[in-house]
Design a protein around this ligand. Sequence first.
Ligand code: ATP
Ligand code: MG
Length: 326
Amino acid sequence: MIDPSVLRAQLTQTLTHTPFTAIGGKPLTRYDGKVRDCYIDTSERIIVVTDRLSAFDAVVGTIPFKGQVLNQLAQFWFEHTKDIAENHMLRVPDPNVMIARECEPLPVELVMRAYLTGVTSTSIWKAYESGARVFCGHPLPAGMKKNQRLPAPILTPSTKAAKGDHDVSVSKDELLAMGRISPALFARAEAIAARLFAAGQAHAAKQGLILADTKYEMGVARDGELVVIDEIHTPDSSRYWHADDYEARLARGEEPRNLDKEYVRRWLAGEAKWSGDGPPPTLPDDIRVEAARRYIASYELVTGTSFVPDTREPIARIAAAIGATC
Ligand SMILES: Nc1ncnc2c1ncn2[C@@H]1O[C@H](COP(=O)(O)OP(=O)(O)OP(=O)(O)O)[C@@H](O)[C@H]1O
Ligand SMILES: [Mg+2]
């Protein structure tokens, strides 16, 4: 377990933004997502995973070592699942960087859910609680409790909104009726998502965890292959619970012990009374340190290995690793 003083010392050195203007002497197109700074070459995408944390679709601050945790967890999972599904990973030249195959992203995110849960107004639990017995085309049994396991995992596609907008969950039929993706391509994506989710759940179970739900992004590579892009089975894209006391807590009507972003979301929505409207509150250092501890714990539990934090100043370090200039 990491010494909390290491987390505290990193608070002033988190990776907020990368200021690179050229890589390998070439000026590249950049795209900043909420969490990743992407530098796009013709066939490769250099993805710098920053320490930014997004919640309620906004960037709310930075968490020490979060970028390294996410990048190295994605690396772990891409390696672990490479025989199950093709993915975009080419190289990891720095703890915070993944060089990937540049793809044409599908206009849809593939969300796999195995449990009746969620906190936001668009979650399966909120829909169920307000009386819905069909969610994204899937019939749901009567009499279910919050956080209970679904009869079988379901895929609930979510259409990717333009930057700043919220994504919308739809049924497969609704999605296909929009004409944004062909039925054949969607069927391939659906099969990949189901296989990956089964593999993710099986590995999580071996580590004493429940992979309750997750989101995949896929894209078409230049050779026409459908590959998994972005990140996979990280605490940002997934909900992980501890398995040992799940049943007991469910029986008592308590929330599962979670490893994901829920901790910060709860602080924001609870103490700070902010759930996405207006400018976000400033995250207190204690919350940032505790969130870092949780991200690192998720890495260690999922991979079964110790997290080795890289405490060097991140911008100079990354610039040297990828040959970037400011
Ligand atoms: N191999 C790839 N090819 C093309 N695009 C990719 C690839 N991997 C990831 N991306 C895209 O790069 C961006 C990664 O940034 P990040 O995860 O921070 O974005 P986000 O905030 O989740 O999404 P948004 O694009 O809405 O800002 C996403 O737009 C993702 O779709
Ligand atoms: Mg993303």
